[in-house]
Ligand binder design. Structure first.
Ligand code: UDP
Length: 234
């Protein structure tokens, strides 16, 4: 049987499996930035991100956060529970970087008094705009009750990951999460957590160990992904 491609995104392909409740997520070496205007390849990224994401999802499971991960079935492929995804991206920020610096004038690296949560609408044609709680309610993207649970989960995930990375000499600057609902109606963490979706800085040198090396042409891109895999597997 030829595997059926359900969806191909910028960095992943989602394949159907023989079980309708499960999908296989294959991580690609392709990299894009600036709404797809910058395109490239990062050798070895697919397998490294799959591994990093699997380790982090397992860590979260151990800490009581339900995730879609079932198993790592190939170097670059994770077997996952199929979810009905919410059309929002949840960004958690501990230090200022990226879009919030441009938007609000924070200096890169400024530490926030408390983790900041932001929501972005997943809509390429609109350029994934920031949405407030009021926008989310008006557009009926997520119910009020679900939004409260998503915020609680995002902050819990942040506290688990912040501690894990601190022990490995890494500052978790910011990261993006995506949630979905399973057949039982439970809210589950989906997608990935990797150097593509997080900003990681070496705690001592502040060297960037994430996709910003690709976005900003900083060099040593493959090396950064390899270094983060090494630290995660420590
Ligand atoms: N992020 C992501 N996917 C997106 C947008 C952002 O994974 O489509 C991640 C990004 O890697 C960073 C965090 O979310 O860790 C915050 O990103 P920001 O809003 O600063 O956007 P940028 O303009 O830097 O992509």
């Amino acid at each position: 049987m030829t595997p059926q491609k359900l969806y191909e995104g910028k960095a992943k392909i989602v394949w159907a499996t023989e079980n309708p409740g499960e999908v296989a997520q294959q991580f690609k070496d392709d990299a894009t930035a600036f709404d797809g205007k910058k395109k490239g390849q990062i050798a070895g990224k697919g397998a490294r991100n799959a591994r990093i994401s699997a380790v982090l999802f397992r860590l979260l499971e151990e800490n009581g956060v339900a995730t879609q991960l079932l198993d790592q079935i190939f170097d670059d492929t994770l077997l996952c529970k199929k979810l009905d995804m919410y059309p929002v991206e949840v960004v958690v920020r501990n230090y200022a970087a990226g879009s919030i610096c441009k938007r609000l004038g924070f200096e890169e690296g400024a530490r926030f008094k408390a983790p900041l949560l932001e929501f972005f609408l997943k809509d390429d044609s609109l350029g994934d705009p920031l949405v407030t709680d009021a926008h989310i309610a008006e557009l009926e993207l997520v119910s009020g009750e679900e939004l409260a649970e998503i915020k609680r989960l995002a902050l819990k995930i942040n506290s688990v990951l912040t501690g894990f990375f601190a022990e490995r000499g890494v500052m978790l600057v910011d990261f993006k999460l995506e949630f979905g609902k399973d057949r039982e109606g439970d809210i589950i963490l989906g997608d990935e957590i990797s150097p593509d979706t997080c900003r990681f800085w070496d705690a001592n040198t502040k060297k960037k160990l994430d996709k910003d090396r690709f976005r900003r042409d900083l060099g040593e891109v493959e090396e950064a992904y390899a270094e983060m895999l090494k630290r995660v597997e420590k």
